[in-house]
Design a protein around this ligand. Structure first.
Ligand code: ADP
Ligand code: MG
Length: 140
């Protein structure tokens, strides 16, 4: 297994409910290390750019609205198989389908307000890390 990096977000629905620490604890318990982290309040332009791949989806407007409704914690996570491991600890997109013990099962409110984001592949992880962080902000 390889040491990988992935990109994670604690979304506004979670930061508003003061769950930054609880979500981060789940990531750390899964063996992921937070090697960069900052709190941002996304602009509409930043949210639209980040989620451009979903621009044609019917939920795009709602997605941009929720992502700009409060602060988000953007993070770089590192660990063995970090991309897949993070997706596992996040749980399914719809919390109704998420497995016991996952972040979305425990904390998500709905498919739209589902508390966390995680990159789905090495290419998207690299792109998403670069979207939010400069190399000097990733400190290990
Ligand atoms: P994931 O975040 O699990 O990778 P997707 O990439 O498919 O899921 O979708 C990105 C985000 O868009 C989801 O996390 C969720 O916030 C939102 N979303 C996806 N599907 C829906 C939907 N049917 N209705 C409302 N919001 C949705
Ligand atoms: Mg996705």
């Amino acid at each position: 297994m390889a040491i990988e990096r992935t990109f994670s977000m604690i979304k506004p629905d979670a930061t508003k409910r003061n769950l930054t620490g609880a979500v981060t604890a789940k990531l750390e318990e899964a063996g992921l290390r937070v090697i960069a982290s900052k709190r941002v309040w996304m602009s509409k332009r930043e949210a639209e750019g980040f989620y451009a791949v979903h621009a044609a989806r019917p939920f795009f407007g709602e997605l941009v609205e929720t992502m700009t409704s409060g602060p988000t914690i953007v993070q770089v996570l590192e660990g063995e198989n970090a991309i897949l491991k993070n997706r596992e600890v996040m749980g399914a997109t719809n919390p109704a389908d998420a497995a016991e013990g996952t972040i979305r099962k425990e904390f998500a409110l709905s498919i739209g307000e589902n508390s966390v984001h995680g990159s789905d592949a090495p290419e998207t992880a690299a792109q998403e890390i670069t979207y939010w962080f400069s190399s000097t902000e990733i400190v290990g």
